[in-house]
Design a protein around this ligand. Structure first.
Ligand code: GAL
Length: 827
């Protein structure tokens, strides 16, 4: 059998012509892409006063950096920022990027393009003074051919990018600013597979056989017609599975789409547990010489959304246990980094999450690649608004001119990803309440179906039903009883519910012909590690949302007991209980997996980041993470909260999340305070006990046998720091990251749960500190500094490798505490 290694050799023919950029292997290292990274050595200048490229003067000061880059995260949190606290109180502005580069002389006969995966926002690009174009949407990838304007050999080329994020507000969450995703240079023969030029579907899948259809769009940029051969070879890892060849004649300066079909015997199916991928390699040959090779990763799976049984994947019912994620990466801002995304997904997987909704825009391509590889059920969302704006300067202003192209490009870019199962054409679109919404929804649905008929489409509606239905106990203070025109229009394949969990059980009655998906749920609120409340004054434990209007909690905190929710949402438990109960409810996407910058509901300034995450901004789980883990994974779980540092005699609620056991017994200083068992649909058990310092120990048992034990101890004064790196060996590629957790411990090594010491970091070796964060929504310390104040005993520092191998020695110090050092090896 032909081995994929053959294509390694081919790789040398493609993609290595750019002089300045080293030949780059992407992905699986087995086959070199046509594209090479164009991320390094950009010059950057932030200045609102340079409006025109021609006014950039010789005196303009430039800073050298690599993209992806987000300049907003480098700024100061500012109460008066035009972005508002919704936008994270960080400024936008107008920035300029430029890069000087050379192109090898032999490439003058080739086609060279530059691809931006996303620039927030309103980018305009010039090459050697020639204007290439503008792209208002910050979240969509775009490509310009630059070969007609390039100088070859020893001569310099100059690319300039203007990024205008100065009109604020334009987002309901923190967007970031700049070339915040990857940039690539792609060099091909004049006869080549076009941009996003393959479309792979698997119309028939059985255990014995899958038919794989490959549509390939070939572009001929020669001035004469060409007779060529197109061969598509399917690989599983390194092994060739099957291959098909077709001869074509393609006219000059023309595009041609061909369809090829192959059969894969005993296909290895893509699933959440085993996300098996195949690779299709498309080769174009002229006179028996391969002149272009293009790689597409895909998966073989069979799925449907069933009216009664919910989501069925490869014949098996799978409940979608999803989370919504915004694109920021906490302290790294919106500058994408593959390892940072991977870490987020790993933390979600540990919790039992199997689905991601890319709120509310096309994500970085790397997120989708990772979801393919790690096994997530993705809802890929296009828009947060259509024509009607939500903030003054948002995308609604660009709607008329751009929505069609943006949507098509998203579909073309993303439709080969096996992890994508649902297209969402919009989130809480204001037009959902009137017939305009139906007209636009129909247009978007027609576009989506033209480019991909293999996945259902939905819209995230709030809510799709009249909330006044029989049996529903309205929890809204001002219930808006409305008729959702999009839901009623019949245009959607799935009815997408944002919130309104009280209505889910009536779904089949309300929409007998359309399956269900909870596009967005919950919006519960917590500060990680914070449990106190105004209970002493209000005699309630813990605080609820509406107490905000009576002054709220000290320091804009929210209790981490799962009892606090936005009025339109629910506790974590309430929504999951309903989804769990009925088979026809295919699943849910929690708002949100991680806290994100901006939208600090329920508070305003000084809060600048959200409280919705199951995990905080630094990546530390809140307690409710373990409720999901006990329900959504096969791990054996026993988790108790809160910490054990209270006032003597104070009544404290102790909760336990557990599974695989029929009871939990709690002991305080060795004395039993009672056995509890979950009853009915309970998801936790609770004891209310007076505090005594010492050890609180929980023991879970099944049939009298101990399953797990866990304990929390009263901590003494903070005494020292402990550093724990998530990875102590990282790649010396100038990009890789180690996420290091700082714990503040007492003398005996117990986490000091209220410690908020300021910690100073220093790093020796070829690397840098690229982020610091405690997960505190009211902290205004820069995430880009080298010191940070811990929140409830914890802090995070993110280390990035340089390009040299060696030791990276990280030290953390805080006044009065024993310092700590850890070594990370870059290799
Ligand atoms: C939803 C909205 C999200 C976020 C959330 C906060 O209505 O779709 O983007 O704003 O509320 O609860």
């Amino acid at each position: 059998m032909l081995q994929l290694t053959l294509y390694k050799k081919l790789g040398l023919l493609f993609g290595c012509f750019l002089v300045l950029t080293a030949c780059h292997t992407s992905g699986d290292q087995k086959f070199k892409d046509r594209k090479v990274s164009f991320n390094s050595d950009w010059s950057f200048h932030l200045n609102d006063s340079i409006l025109d490229k021609d006014t950039i003067g010789t005196a303009t000061k430039w800073r050298t950096l690599n993209v992806p880059h987000d300049w907003s995260i480098e700024g100061k949190f500012d109460e008066k920022s035009p972005a508002g606290y919704g936008g994270g109180a960080l400024n936008g502005g107008l920035g300029w990027y430029k890069k000087i580069f050379k192109v090898a002389a032999e490439d003058s006969s080739k086609v060279t393009s530059v691809t931006f995966d996303g620039v927030y926002k309103n980018s305009e690009v010039w090459i050697n003074g020639h204007y290439l174009g503008k792209r208002p949407n910050g979240y969509i990838g775009f490509q310009y051919e630059i070969s007609p304007y390039l100088k070859y050999g020893d001569q310099n080329n100059e690319i300039i990018v203007k990024v205008d994020n100065s009109k604020q507000p334009n987002s309901r969450w923190y967007s970031g600013s700049g070339i915040f995703r990857n940039v690539w240079i792609e060099t091909t023969d004049k006869l080549h597979v076009g941009q996003w030029g393959t479309y792979i579907t698997t119309p028939k899948v059985t255990a014995e056989k899958a038919s794989v259809q490959v549509e390939t769009t070939i572009q001929n940029q020669y001035s004469g017609s060409k007779k060529a051969t197109v061969t598509t070879t399917i690989f599983k890892e390194d092994t060739q599975v099957t291959s098909v060849t077709q001869n074509i004649t393609i006219g000059k300066n023309a595009n041609q789409t061909i369809k090829q079909e192959v059969q894969v015997e005993t296909p290895i199916l893509w699933s959440v547990e085993k996300p098996e991928l195949y690779t299709a390699v498309t080769e174009i040959s002229l006179d028996d010489t391969v002149i272009d090779a293009y790689k597409t990763s895909f998966g073989i799976r069979d799925f449907k959304f069933d009216l009664d049984k919910g989501f069925i994947l490869n014949g098996k019912q799978v409940k979608i246990k999803g989370v919504c994620l915004h694109h920021d990466l906490g302290p790294l801002g919106s500058a994408i980094n593959t390892r940072a995304i991977e870490r987020q997904l790993e933390i979600m997987k540990e919790m039992g999450v199997n689905g991601i909704r890319t709120t509310h825009n096309p994500p970085a391509p790397e997120l989708l690649d990772l979801c393919d590889k790690m096994g997530f059920i993705v809802m890929d969302e296009a828009f947060d608004m259509w024509k009607q704006t939500k903030t003054k300067y948002d995308y609604g202003n660009d709607w008329d001119k751009w929505h069609k192209k943006d949507l098509i490009d998203q579909l073309l870019r993303d439709r080969n990803h096996p992890s994508i199962f649902i297209w969402s054409i919009g989130n809480e679109i204001p037009e959902q309440w009137n017939e305009n919404g139906v007209t636009i929804a129909k247009e978007l649905a027609a576009i989506t179906r033209e480019y991909d008929k293999t996945r259902p489409l939905t819209a995230a509606m709030n809510p799709p039903v009249n909330m006044n239905i029989e049996g529903v106990n309205l929890q809204f203070e001002k219930a808006e009883v409305q008729y959702n025109a999009i839901a009623a229009s019949g245009v959607l394949d799935l009815i997408g519910y944002n919130y309104a969990h009280q209505t889910y059980e009536y779904h089949q009655k309300n929409f007998p012909n359309t399956p269900f998906i909870a596009t967005e749920t919950t919006s519960a609120l917590e500060t990680r590690g914070y449990y106190d409340a105004v209970s002493d004054t209000l005699k309630k434990w813990p605080v609820r949302w509406d107490l905000k209007f009576r002054g709220g909690n000290p320091g804009n905190t929210v209790s981490a007991y799962d009892q606090v929710q936005a009025p339109w949402g629910s506790t974590h438990e309430a929504t999951w209980k309903v989804i769990k109960k009925y088979d026809f409810l295919s699943g849910m996407y929690i708002w949100t997996g991680f806290d994100y910058i901006g939208e600090p509901t329920p508070y305003e300034w000084p809060s600048i980041s959200s409280y919705f995450g199951v995990v905080d901004l630094a990546g530390f789980p809140k307690d409710v993470y373990y409720m999901y883990q006990s329900e959504w994974t096969n791990k054996t779980v026993l988790h108790i909260l809160p910490h054990w540092n209270w006032k003597a005699g104070q009544n404290v609620d102790v909760w336990a999340y557990y599974n695989k056991a029929d009871e939990v017994e709690l002991f305080l200083n060795g004395k039993s305070v009672g056995i509890r068992s979950k009853k009915g649909d309970d998801l936790h058990v609770m004891w209310r006990i007076p505090f005594q310092p010492g050890t609180l120990k929980a023991v879970s048992r099944k049939n009298g046998k101990i399953v797990l034990e866990t304990e929390v101890k009263t901590a003494g004064n903070p005494a020292g720091l402990k550093l724990t790196a998530d990875r102590s060996t990282i790649n010396a590629d100038g990009n890789d990251l180690s996420f290091v957790t700082v714990d503040i411990l007492d003398e005996k090594g117990v986490l000091a749960p209220n410690a908020n010491n300021e910690i100073n970091f220093s790093l020796k070796g070829n690397g840098k500190i690229v982020g610091v964060c405690s997960g505190d929504p009211v902290s205004h310390e820069s995430y880009k500094g080298t010191k940070h104040t811990a929140l409830n005993g914890k802090c995070l520092v993110v280390i990035q490798s340089g390009n040299e191998t060696g030791r990276l020695e990280l030290t953390a110090k805080a006044n009065g505490l024993k310092p700590s050092t850890t070594v990370i090896t870059a290799e």
